[in-house]
Design a protein. Structure first.
Ligand SMILES: CC(C)(COP(=O)(O)OP(=O)(O)OC[C@H]1O[C@@H](n2cnc3c(N)ncnc32)[C@H](O)[C@@H]1OP(=O)(O)O)[C@@H](O)C(=O)NCCC(=O)NCCS
Length: 130
């Protein structure tokens, strides 16, 4: 993913406090919870081009680089990579701020590329408003 994100200079699409209900057996946050938020951040970005339903058709391979702990603030930054006729490809960068960190460090957690498709009332692809 070529684009760099500067968390201190960019408004996040989504922010969430990591809570105990989202933990796995190790006590860290489930990858699936992060994936779900990535999906939501991508949908918010996709709504810029379609004021209706959007669905996820694809997401690329995802690598979790650092764990997320209860109490971390997790920020999701979505940006448009490519616009198609009915689809929009969106990059989502995810950073964690540790609960007890003295510095305002943003730790890169993961990043993903999602393809969202605008659909009509019959769930069929519909052209984006560009
Ligand atoms: C998304 C969906 C409506 C697309 O239907 P389709 O018949 O494949 O439609 P098309 O072939 O016309 O493709 C529509 C767009 O999606 C893109 N697309 C389709 N499959 C893709 C894939 N695997 N990767 C990337 N883009 C893809 C196409 O390139 C096209 O983009 P464009 O119009 O910008 O050129 C259909 O696959 C679907 O309903 N999937 C389930 C979505 C869902 O429920 N997601 C939640 C996960 S549980």
């Amino acid at each position: 993913m070529e684009k760099e994100i500067s968390p201190l200079k960019t408004v996040p699409t989504l922010r969430q406090l990591a809570m105990p209900k989202d933990t796995n057996a190790l006590g860290t946050i489930f990858g699936g919870v992060i994936l779900s938020q990535i999906d939501q951040a991508a949908a918010i970005e996709a709504h810029k081009y379609h004021k209706g339903a959007v669905v996820t058709v694809a997401m690329d391979e995802i690598e979790f680089k650092q764990p997320v702990f209860v109490g971390d603030v997790v920020s999701y930054y979505a940006s448009t990579h490519k616009l198609g006729r009915t689809s929009v490809t969106i990059d989502v960068h995810v950073f964690a701020q540790r609960q007890f960190a003295e510095e305002d460090d943003f730790i890169p957690v993961t990043e993903a590329r999602a393809v969202m498709v605008a659909v009509d009332e019959n769930n069929k692809p519909i052209a984006l408003n560009k």
